[in-house]
Design a binder for this molecule. Structure first.
Ligand SMILES: Cc1cc2nc3c(=O)[nH]c(=O)nc-3n(C[C@H](O)[C@H](O)[C@H](O)COP(=O)(O)OP(=O)(O)OC[C@H]3O[C@@H](n4cnc5c(N)ncnc54)[C@H](O)[C@@H]3O)c2cc1C
Length: 433
């Protein structure tokens, strides 16, 4: 029996584990610091209270159930010896494999921006999304009781970074405001609510076509999102953000969609890391000099036939499937086949019933409801169990087209409490006048 240890139960790790379990000569140990797979493409909808957390997190044990040759371990891996293919967890346990697969994904990168690590809300994990949702709801509840808090920026939301995550989040906030205005918090002074989208570049959705970008900007502006191009966020404080042109925006919610780097495990491997702190891999995802060790998904710098591949769920998933076949071939003493990425394209949602999609390698462009439907189809395919595919597809479609209620449960009040009396902020407000 060959032992395979997989670190990370995301798109890459889970697809690899599932494919390997069909091989009776293999035993898989999948280790993750969460006991669920998080579906990152939907985090912004959880964060803006449009979906419940249960629709963006799937139990790893359920995803892998029915296979006797797989173990799931809830643990954080803190170091790895690539020569012996052994990992150690925070509680001191060691796991050694004939093959070791590192698929620990990515984490937020604040690029050293002052105060961002303390005050900004990143959007990379399900926990991040739940915290942000609670923060937004906490502010709405606070303003409902005390309208004067609006003057302290309580209804200003600043999204940092206009890539797909920032653009989708800004659009979704616009939509949340529309819904909350009508259905939930109808006594709030909504005309004073503002959503800002800030980017040091000069367009949204970098990497998309001009047509998609223009469509997205038009949609966002119609939803009232104020776009600030050509400025960087220099500082994030508890009550405001400072832009590089000197503008101060009072806010209690700076949402960080400004960039990613490899998960911190990459620093504990004792090897030189590449772009974005990720692990440079060979065409078969192995790490040079360490036979039997592989890095996949957002944890790796993967090169396809036309150059570096982006950090996308479909890249991670296909890499996971490929790696499983590659290992099965190695066990059988057969040569592995080269990896070919099947490019389904790129897409982003801008708001209810509005999306941009550039499908396939030729980037066939679509906008509007048809692009939204394409988004639903492609993302449902990323789900693993068929039942989850069908359920999620129906849920997303219902939630989005059907106009379901905002998921307004403030479930983490202690963690998102706002200190309206903080000295630093009081002084700042006095200075601003
Ligand atoms: C907000 C957001 C929206 C996105 N939207 C899209 C989209 O619409 N379409 C798309 O294709 N892609 C999208 N992406 C990108 C996509 O989600 C990633 O490319 C994909 O999740 C990468 O898969 P992965 O398996 O490499 O990593 P992940 O899915 O991040 O999984 C990594 C796993 O490793 C675990 N882990 C990390 N460190 C440790 C450790 N030390 N010990 C144990 N476990 C650990 C984590 O808990 C996690 O479960 C989005 C990403 C974000 C952040």
């Amino acid at each position: 029996m060959k032992r395979v240890v997989i670190v990370g139960g995301g798109f890459a790790g889970v697809s690899c584990a599932r494919r390997l379990t069909s091989n009776p000569g293999v035993h898989v140990t999948l280790i993750d610091k969460n006991n669920y797979q998080q579906f990152q493409p939907l985090l912004y909808q959880v964060a803006t209270a449009l979906l419940g957390p249960g629709k963006a997190g799937f139990s790893l044990r359920s995803l892998l159930r029915g296979h006797a040759n797989v173990d799931v371990k809830l643990a954080e891996v803190v170091s790895a010896n690539l020569t012996t293919r052994t990992v150690e967890t925070a509680d001191g346990k060691k796991y050694q494999g004939d093959f070791l697969i590192l698929a620990a994904g990515a984490q937020v990168n604040f690029f050293g921006t002052t105060g961002a690590d303390k005050y900004a809300y990143p959007l990379y994990s399900l926990r991040d999304a739940e915290l942000l949702r609670s923060r937004i709801l906490m502010l709405l509840e606070s303003v409902d009781r005390e309208p004067s808090l609006i003057e302290q920026g309580a209804l200003n939301f600043v999204v940092v970074g206009a890539g797909p995550t920032g653009t989708e989040t800004a659009g979704s906030l616009g939509h949340l405001i529309e819904t909350a205005k009508k259905d939930l918090y109808n006594s709030l002074e909504w005309t004073k609510a503002q959503v800002f989208l800030v980017d040091h570049g000069h367009t949204v959705l970098n990497g998309f076509s001009k047509k998609s970008q223009e469509y997205a900007v038009g949609k966002l502006e119609r939803q009232g999102v104020q776009i600030r191009f050509g400025v960087a966020v220099e500082e994030v404080h508890s009550g405001h953000v400072l832009l590089s042109d000197g503008t101060r925006i009072l806010t209690r919610t700076a949402i960080w969609a400004g960039g990613l780097k490899a998960s911190s495990l990459s620093d504990a491997l004792g090897i030189q890391t590449g772009r974005g702190g990720r692990i440079d891999v060979q065409p078969d995802f192995s790490i040079a000099g360490f036979p039997g060790v592989y890095a996949l998904g957002d944890f790796a710098n993967i090169t396809g036939a036309d150059g570096p591949l982006p950090q996308l769920a479909s890249v991670a998933q296909q890499a996971g499937y490929y790696c499983a076949h590659h290992i099965a071939a190695a066990i059988a003493g057969k040569p592995g086949k080269p990896f070919h990425y099947f490019d389904k394209g790129i897409m982003a949602m801008i708001g209810r019933n509005a999306a941009v999609a550039e499908l396939g390698k030729k980037r066939h462009e679509m906008t509007g409801p048809i692009a939204f439907a394409a988004w639903l189809g492609v993302h449902a395919l990323l789900l693993i169990p068929n039942r989850a595919k069908i359920e999620a597809f129906l849920d997303w479609a219902w939630d989005y087209f059907g106009g379901s209620n905002v998921n307004a449960v403030l479930d983490r009040p202690e963690q998102v409490a706002v200190n309206w009396q903080a000295d630093e902020e009081k002084q700042m407000l006095q200075k601003i006048g």
